[in-house]
Design a protein around this ligand. Structure first.
Ligand code: GLU
Length: 340
């Protein structure tokens, strides 16, 4: 397989992936990824879920988002032809022959989508490779392209990629512009803080600055439950982790899968903890172009096979750890989206 970084993200990705690439990704380990004591978890859950009924599917927008950060990330998408000529990363695998498929993944999320050297790794990458196989593409016919959260709909609409497999929750707002097959995993939104920082329960978050990324569902959903939050939004979660580690922010929020991945990196192990349990159900789907019913049906068929033949469980254990760590009872998902 080949991995490719779109032009606009190239410089940022090089900077941000560097500390991650050397890291181990033993997501299932207990060290550094605890979710607090039973008591504090119960308290936090009740606070965080109290306003759950007000939640919209996409989390809303930040009332106090940092304007300069937001505008700094507001660059246009690269076109398909621009990215096709941009900085391909050699995979070291045999040169591609025959048809190829371009798939959007994350490059900076340990355990999910992570570029290690010239290879893309992680649960989403394994799912994408399996599904592509069922669509008739061998691993050396797959080109992985880095797609940060805010670019996911754009790369599908422009045709730059055929699929996006990138911790991509199925939401009504997204389904209005693209289609999604799946889900293939149920995650839940949580909060990551420094073990020795000022925050140990969800109620301590009030008035603090919380990091997330533009184009994700995360900050808005937390802001609906915790008053007085200020958003610090970057393009990638790996930038949030750096800011959390250096103390410039107090907390970051996104899916528990992603947060556990960072907490278990060797350079951070023991430094971070998850608080507040999980406040949402994030149904990870595979994004495709709107109206591509045939591909949607084929993907759902592939996802069913992936569960039935044991590949799903193997991919989870290899990349994320014990499936029971995540939305126990809800995985693997059984009710898939209808393709129409
Ligand atoms: N699953 C959430 C979303 O799709 C957060 C993770 C992400 O940004 O990739 O927005």
């Amino acid at each position: 397989m080949t991995v490719r970084t779109p032009k606009l993200e190239r410089m940022k990705a090089v900077k941000r992936i560097a500390p991650i690439v050397a890291a181990t990704t033993l997501i299932g380990c207990s060290g550094g990824s605890g979710v607090g004591t039973q008591t504090s978890r119960a308290q936090n859950e009740s606070m965080l879920t109290s306003a759950a009924s007000k939640s919209s599917d996409d989390g809303g927008s930040s009332p106090r988002a940092n304007a300069s950060e937001l505008s700094a990330t507001d660059s246009p998408m690269p076109s398909a032809s621009t990215s096709a000529s941009s900085n391909p990363v050699s995979s070291g695998e045999p040169t591609m022959t025959g048809p190829t498929i371009k798939i959007g993944v994350k490059f900076d999320q340990p355990g999910l989508g992570l570029k290690v050297g010239s290879t893309a790794t992680g649960f989403d990458v394994d799912v994408a490779t399996y599904v592509a196989g069922k669509l008739g593409y061998a691993p050396n016919q797959i080109e992985f392209i880095q797609v940060p959260s805010r670019q996911r709909e754009n790369v599908l609409q422009s045709g730059m990629v055929k699929m996006v497999v990138a911790t991509y929750s199925i939401t009504d707002k997204r389904l209005s512009v693209i289609d999604m097959a799946g889900p293939y995993f149920n995650a839940g939104q949580s909060v990551l803080v420094r073990t020795n920082g000022p925050i140990s329960t969800a109620s301590d978050l009030v008035g603090h600055t919380v990091c997330s990324v533009r184009g994700s569902t995360a900050f808005g959903k937390l802001a609906q439950r915790v008053p007085g939050l200020t958003a610090k939004e970057f393009d990638t979660y790996s930038a949030c982790v750096v800011a959390l580690a250096d103390g410039s922010i107090s907390a970051m929020t996104t899916d528990d899968t992603i947060l556990r991945g960072y907490a278990n990196q060797s350079q951070y192990r023991g430094n971070f903890k998850l608080i507040g349990g999980t406040i949402t159900n994030e149904r990870y789907g595979i994004g495709i172009k709107k109206g591509d019913v045939e591909t949607c049906r084929k993907i759902n068929g592939a996802l069913r096979s992936m569960v039935a033949d044991g590949s799903w469980e193997r991919f989870v254990r290899k990349n994320l750890g014990d499936p029971a760590l995540f939305k126990a009872g809800a995985n693997p998902p059984v009710d898939l989206e209808t393709c129409h």
